[in-house]
Design a protein around this ligand. Structure first.
Ligand SMILES: NC(=O)c1ccc[n+]([C@@H]2O[C@H](COP(=O)([O-])OP(=O)(O)OC[C@H]3O[C@@H](n4cnc5c(N)ncnc54)[C@H](OP(=O)(O)O)[C@@H]3O)[C@@H](O)[C@H]2O)c1
Length: 260
């Protein structure tokens, strides 16, 4: 991999599309900070943007794409349905599309499972939206494997993606394997906040490769085939976080990070 190739790595989704393994997270970026950060991310080569109705930045994310020389067709866009809009799923997606300024998103997720059960009727709405062509792929976020199985049993449709909190201190072999067995792409969120970037194991590995611990964490996700969506409001970090093509983690290093 060269420095820019990691941004082109993808994973196949069960519905036939593909998802770039690296995306840009936009939670807590609002207003012009959001537009600016997404603009920097696009010029750094990110082609996958992660937003949500709840982040209240879809308009700025869409504006940044429109104002860039990168077309919507070149960017993988994810947005998410908040649980308090579960009874208005379709209208909420339409509002997301309007705010983003596009006719279709690449991935629409249920942001959180409901308090009880797995949200089967909401899941049917997501599957219907995909059938209608409003979302190219559909999935869930913050779901357990058991809740995913409940959706599959009730509808015959398995979420294509589950976006969960993931990182070196959250690695769990059973969860990892369980997603693979079900054909669900595991997408990790909060890669840096799920642990400490100052961890001595990460620091030692980073020093060995002449890189930073954030890059080691991103690279660890990629080598596991887990989607990673780091967020930063700072231009240099947006660029550096995905500068992960110049080194590879050994099997021993991967295992040491898994064990954190
Ligand atoms: N589905 C869900 O429920 C859910 C929940 C949470 C997050 N997410 C998604 O996942 C994305 C990423 O997660 P996140 O935003 O929670 O956290 P994150 O990407 O793990 O970490 C972001 C934090 O790390 C800092 N940071 C970034 N690069 C750094 C570096 N190289 N060195 C040191 N610090 C660095 C950022 O500060 P600066 O901005 O100052 O650089 C920010 O404080 C979100 O933006 C969102 O899209 C989804």
């Amino acid at each position: 991999m060269t420095a820019t190739e990691p941004l082109r790595l993808t994973a196949p989704l069960a519905g036939g599309t593909t998802i770039p393994l690296i995306g840009f997270g936009t939670w807590q970026l609002r207003g012009d900070d959001a537009r600016q950060a997404v603009t920097w991310a696009l010029s750094a080569g990110y082609r996958h943007l992660d937003t949500a109705t709840m982040y209240r930045n879809e308009a700025e994310v869409g504006r940044a794409v429109r104002d860039s020389d990168v077309g919507f067709d070149e960017v993988f866009l994810t947005t998410k349905l908040p649980d308090d809009r579960a009874d208005r799923a379709r209208a909420t997606l339409e509002a997301s599309l309007t705010a983003l300024g596009t006719d279709v998103v690449d991935l629409w997720l249920i942001h959180w499972p409901p308090d009880h059960g797995a949200g089967v009727s909401t899941w049917r709405d997501l599957v219907a939206a995909r059938a209608e062509g409003l979302a190219r792929a559909v999935g869930v976020s913050n779901y357990s494997l058991d809740q995913i199985d409940q959706l599959t049993r009730a509808t015959g449709e398995t979420p294509e993606v589950n976006q969960v909190k993931w990182g070196p201190t959250r690695f769990d072999r059973a969860t990892y394997d369980g997603h693979r067995e079900r054909g669900v792409v595991l997408e990790g969120y909060s890669p840096f906040r799920s642990g400490r970037l100052t961890d001595p194991v990460l620091t030692r590995i980073a020093e060995r490769h002449g890189t930073g611990t954030a890059q080691v964490v991103v690279r660890w996700h990629l080598q596991h085939g887990v989607v990673v969506i780091p967020k930063s409001a700072r231009r240099e970090r947006i660029v550096d976080n995905v500068d992960v093509g110049g080194f590879a983690l050994s099997e021993e290093e991967m295992a040491a990070i898994d064990a954190l």
